[in-house]
Design a protein. Structure first.
Length: 255
């Protein structure tokens, strides 16, 4: 049995500010990144479940990063969480039959993604979410010294979302841009969604024969793959309105 883990974090009061040598005017103009919360932890545990027959490995990881980005002095903050999971099994059913499989998943959520001077509020930035799943299972059979069989199945699914920050939705309100202040408001500037998956199944038979005075490998098999992808992007609320001194002067539609 083996166990491994580590933890890392940042204490805001202990971090440095490399703008202190600048004048007060430049310090105001070039606001440094302000770390509010930062930590990262992961661990692994592995060993035999049944001696000489079944082994396992489990890994977990998590991290959080909350900060105000460079050149931004507003009250909001970007807040991101990431997590990952790994599970792996190896089995010896018999001396000639082996089974192997693993699952790997990672997930991420974020608020205030892309926060900046021209997108100073949470409503002007999207909330992000990512989910990925990867797996593979493999079986091998050594039928004889000359014959080997392998069957395998693996796949991947993933989804990414950049949605409006509540109470805004894909339906509205529209994104607004103040041409004089150079600031976005009302809704996320761009929203997007992406889904994709792929699954592959294969089988292979390998046989070694002595032909024509030499050894030759005869191999037969098949592989089948199925995949799907979907992409969507739009302006927050489906339109962007431009304003100057409180008067709407233009509209951009994205259908």
């Amino acid at each position: 049995m083996s166990l491994l883990g580590d933890f890392a974090g940042a204490v805001p009061d202990w971090t440095g500010d490399n703008t202190r040598i600048l004048s007060q005017t430049l310090q105001t103009a070039f606001t440094p990144r302000n770390t509010l919360t930062h930590w990262d932890v992961d661990g692994q545990l592995g060993g035999p479940i049944r001696r000489d027959r079944l082994w396992f490995l489990v890994g977990l990881g998590a991290a959080r990063d909350q900060f105000r980005p460079f050149n931004y002095s507003g009250p909001a903050a970007t807040d991101r969480y990431d997590g990952s999971t790994l599970v792996k099994l190896d089995a010896a059913v018999r001396s000639s039959v082996r089974l192997q499989g693993y699952y790997l998943g990672d997930r991420s959520t974020g608020e205030g993604v892309g926060l900046a001077r021209d997108r100073p509020t949470l409503e002007s930035t999207p909330d992000s979410r990512r989910r990925n799943h990867l797996w593979n299972a493999r079986a091998t059979w050594l039928v004889s010294n000359a014959t080997f069989v392998e069957v395998q199945n693996g796949g991947y699914t993933g989804s990414t979302r950049n949605d409006p920050h509540p109470p805004a939705t894909l339906a509205g309100p529209p994104t607004r841009f103040d041409q004089l202040a150079r600031v976005w408001s009302g809704n996320a500037v761009v929203v997007s969604r992406s889904d994709r998956n792929a699954v592959t199944t294969s089988a292979r038979l390998s046989h070694r024969r002595r032909l024509w005075g030499g050894d030759h490998d005869v191999v037969a098999g098949f592989e089948f793959e199925s995949s799907h992808a979907y992409e969507f992007s739009n302006l927050g609320g489906g339109r962007a309105e431009a304003y100057r001194e409180g008067t709407m002067v233009g509209v951009t539609l994205w259908d």
